[in-house]
Ligand binder design. Sequence first.
Ligand code: GRF
Length: 215
Amino acid sequence: MLKLGVLISGGGTNLQAIIDEIEAKRLDAKISLVISSKPDAGGLERAKKHGIKTLVITKADHPEREAYDKAIVAALKDAGAELVVLAGFMRIVTPTLINAFKNKIINIHPALLPAFPGLDVQQKAIDYGARFSGATVHFVDEGVDTGPVILQAVVPVLQNDTAKTLAARILNEEHKILPEAIRLISEGRVSVQGRRVIIKDAAENDTPLTNPKTR
Ligand code: GRF
């Protein structure tokens, strides 16, 4: 059973999606520890409701970035985490954490990387006039949102979308592909070849999409 360490900073709906999949016995994993960078993160309540161990490590506890990540690593190792899941974790990780869990850290990002890395990406997609956006689960490397892509889900950007409506549409897909990526890793079906991720026995989707439909 794959032991997970989940890092959060906010509401934790992605954490909840993982919890739900585990409890529905659709994901053979155990969340050994939830670490939040914010003491008031809603995700902490979600974890506690399901009897999952939680820990808060704030910037104030370790103002220096490497020391912060050292504390994170110690807690994750102590909890026996084998895969680290960044689920709405609003900090940039340093080589201290990356090297302690080489190719064992995944992140969920609400855009189709490499388009729109960073923050406020739903608004950026709307402002750019993009016709599609979506969600990406990727391995974490030393860049920001630059690691090898595991899964992506595409959603249309509608002409009357606001950041809020687009974010909600993307979030729905995040809740599907993050647990699925964890499942694939737990099943040993994911390998990394340089920049590319290969998923064993994947039935590929070759359906082209166009947006908007103009006639
Ligand atoms: C999600 O869009 C996630 O992609 C981003 O933070 C948002 C909130 O995530 N990183 P959650 O509800 O805290 O899981």
